[in-house]
Design a protein around this ligand. Structure first.
Ligand code: GSH
Length: 358
């Protein structure tokens, strides 16, 4: 009896272990609806043949649906660039419009692969929300727009006013920092989306509209008479905006990060959509050859592929352009001058800088 028990107990433990392992494995496979069994978003995108990008659909210049019903903008072009790099085709993107408050949950819940929606990199978002910021594509800061006729000319002059602000944003938090901490009384009027917020501002239900300065430039340009509105000179915060992937998804994270860096490097190296094919057939230096995934001076092409085709940057640059082309296409029309700003190249005193392709 004792011997029987001695043999049976380990056997039962083994059987239980197999059951527990099987149950855990099947749970793993069924969770993460849109991810492949390996859990890598890169593999999922390659298998699916499409990138699912979470974006804004209401911010001209960054992410908006145009009159032809197509998504366009600065952020949209980075979705296209990632699709061009992974799938060789910038049109293979499904865009999912998201509000500011819904965006992080959509990424964590696997509803999208990538979030590119004028989203600010902050410590708590990095720490708490199950996502990873890749690299800022636009260095912004928070501003305040008022009606020109109001006479407000500084934040201090706005004591006792009502300020319109969007929920689930850094804007909401910075607003309180700036007013409450400095003893300036104010009333926030918060909204889930921009359209009712804009209506409230236009109807005079709030005295100021605060958000990223790029957003204010976009909204101001959309008014029938932009000169009726003034963006105050003060910048209330730092708002580095850029793409986010899920935590612990490093293959895909690397692709997104190096596509953005590649676009920055292409601009620095003078490679654009109009000359990329001639640069690829005769690169002028080894660094350019590495960026474009070709050999230099008759040498072997380097393996610089991040799990995708080695010449991925050729697809990105020919189909979408370098960083400067994307900036000029979407942000210059909003009056967001690059020269002298943080978004100038590092060689011009800005922060747009790619680590070496080596
Ligand atoms: N960058 C800030 C603000 C992002 C944000 O939602 N901005 C507003 C105004 S620029 C927006 O996108 N509005 C469009 C909408 O929600 O309809 C953040 O990440 O929290």
């Amino acid at each position: 009896m004792f011997f029987l028990r001695k043999k049976l107990v380990p056997l039962m433990v083994l059987v239980m272990a197999i059951f527990i392992f099987a149950a855990c494995s099947s749970e793993d496979e069924s969770s993460g609806a849109s991810n492949s069994s390996s859990g890598s978003t890169l593999t999922t995108i390659l298998e699916r043949g499409e990138l699912v990008c979470g974006v804004n659909d209401n911010l001209t210049g960054f992410g908006v649906v145009n009159s032809a019903g197509e998504f366009e903008g600065f952020d949209i072009d980075f979705c296209k660039a990632v699709a061009a790099a992974i799938l060789g085709d910038s049109s293979k993107v499904e865009y999912v419009p998201l509000t500011a408050s819904a965006r992080f949950e959509a990424l964590a819940a696997n509803e999208i692969d990538l979030l590119i929606r004028n989203t600010t990199w902050t410590a708590s978002r990095d720490r708490d929300l199950g996502n990873d910021f890749t690299v800022p594509t636009f260095y912004d800061g928070q501003g305040m727009m008022v009606k020109a006729s109001s006479g407000y000319d500084s934040i201090e002059s706005m004591a006792g006013t009502t300020v319109c602000v969007l929920q689930g944003t850094t804007t909401e938090l910075n607003l309180d920092d700036r007013f409450a901490t400095n003893g300036i009384p104010y009333t926030p009027l918060t909204f889930e989306t921009n359209d009712p917020l804009q209506a409230a501002y236009e109807e005079g239900r709030c005295d100021g509209w605060t958000t990223d300065k790029s957003g204010l430039a976009s909204k101001r340009a959309g008014f029938s008479n932009p000169n009726d509105h003034v963006v105050l000179a003060e910048t209330l915060s730092k708002e580095p905006l850029g793409p986010l992937t899920r935590d612990n998804d490093s293959e895909f994270y690397d692709v997104v990060q190096w596509v953005v860096f590649g676009m920055m490097q292409a601009e620095e190296s003078g490679i654009s959509s109009s000359n990329v094919s001639s640069m690829a057939s005769s690169p002028s230096d080894p660094g350019m050859a590495r960026l474009l995934g070709v050999g230099f001076d008759g040498g072997e092409a380097p393996d610089f592929s991040f799990g995708i085709e080695a010449d991925f940057m050729q697809n990105v640059i020919s189909q979408v352009g370098n960083y400067g082309e994307v900036y000029d296409r979407h942000l210059v029309p909003l009056g967001l001058t690059r020269e002298g700003s943080l978004n100038a190249q590092w060689t011009d005193g800005g922060l747009i800088y790619a680590p070496p392709f080596r």
